[in-house]
Design a protein around this ligand. Structure first.
Ligand code: TK8
Length: 343
């Protein structure tokens, strides 16, 4: 008992020392254990997803003084988004990054991000996703065994196909279009007249190559990094929806980490988010010219046609609101309005 005050002083000194280190910005997790973190993603190493994963890995290693190491595995080698989510929930894999859209089977509120034409630009998306309602939706994953750290930008989605140049709504008629495994996407494209076929991303290139489907929709970056231009002739700039990615940790794994190990991951995730958005936007700005140079025929969807699309899709919006609940829908709409006014 008589050592207690001494131990207390020692403890205090240690925490002061830690505070000093943290204050100096070194952020080394003194108590980090040697850990290997399997981090899966769907695109290839040369993509925006691959580049940001690399930065995340470097940050984790640096912030943990080399104790925590990422084993980053791209190109869906650990499975599709949906398969990886299940592996995280079960504890067979530690981390991943993937589309929020493929999470709707687990957390239905994620469907809010699939609302067509929800955001006008990246700034609005950042404000809403990083704000209170974005956090609230992310936190809903926890009761399902997943911890969301940050949202990355997948980006505004655009349409490619091999059948014909799409410059008006009717051009979509009967086009076999791969969509993500998500009801809002299936409904949206059915409503627009296409034949929507849900497929995991990992099967998409082959499906396009073998003409199992005629087309797909993804941001410019992905059309470029996944070489879809090799198997797709026409690209229409539709910007029909903004797609976030989300960095996830297995909750089973997260709960076994110390507070400072969790901080290592969280700090690295924030850095990776800021880097990823910048990198993605810079790449997207010049991707169209690159895709043209690769031989794609590019069309802009005329504003009048975009409006017709928007009108048709309003029925889909009503469905999303009913599904996620009107209060949450309203909260997101209010956050968008606020972000828009702040620009
Ligand atoms: C990558 C996917 C991809 C998404 C899709 O795993 O499936 O079309 O846009 O980014 O999450």
């Amino acid at each position: 008992m008589k050592f207690k005050p001494l131990a207390h002083v020692a403890g205090l000194a240690a925490s002061l020392a830690l505070a000093a280190t943290l204050g100096a910005g070194a952020a080394h997790a003194q108590d980090a254990k040697n850990r290997i973190i399997r981090f899966g993603y769907g695109l290839n190493e040369m993509s925006n997803q691959g580049r940001a994963t690399k930065l995340f890995a470097e940050e984790v290693e640096k912030n943990s003084g080399g104790k925590m190491k990422l084993r980053a595995i791209g190109a869906a080698a650990l499975g599709s988004d949906v398969q990886m989510q299940q592996a995280l929930i079960g504890g067979a894999q530690e981390m991943m990054v993937g589309s929020t859209a493929t999470l709707v089977g687990i957390t239905k509120e994620m469907a809010i991000w699939d609302t067509p034409f929800l955001f006008n630009n990246g700034k609005e998306a950042d404000a809403v996703l990083d704000g209170p309602v974005g956090q609230k939706i992310m936190d809903k994953l926890q009761e399902k065994g997943l911890v969301g750290l940050v949202y990355w930008e997948n980006g505004f989605r655009n349409l490619t196909n091999n059948k014909r140049a799409v410059t008006k709504l009717e051009d979509l008629d009967g086009i076999k279009l791969r969509v993500m495994q998500n009801n809002v996407f299936i409904d949206s494209f059915k409503t627009l007249g296409a034949n929507a076929v849900p497929l995991p991303f990992s099967e998409l290139f082959t499906a396009l190559e073998t003409k199992t489907v005629d087309g797909q929709e993804n941001p410019f970056n992905t059309i470029l990094s996944s070489k879809f231009y090799e198997v797709q002739k026409y690209l229409t700039v539709t910007n029909h929806v903004y797609s976030p990615w989300i960095v996830l940790v297995s909750k089973k794994y997260w709960d076994g980490l110390s507070k400072s190990e969790q901080k290592v991951l969280m700090d690295a995730a924030r850095k990776s988010r800021d880097f990823e958005r910048q990198d993605t936007r810079a790449e997207a700005d010049k991707a169209l010219a690159d895709l043209k140079a690769k031989g794609m025929e590019i069309n802009q969807l005329p504003p009048a046609e975009a409006n017709r699309m928007r009108e048709k899709l309003s029925t889909v919006n009503a469905g999303i609101a009913a599904n996620v609940g009107q209060p949450l829908w309203d909260e997101v709409q209010a956050a968008v309005k606020k972000a828009r006014a702040a620009q």
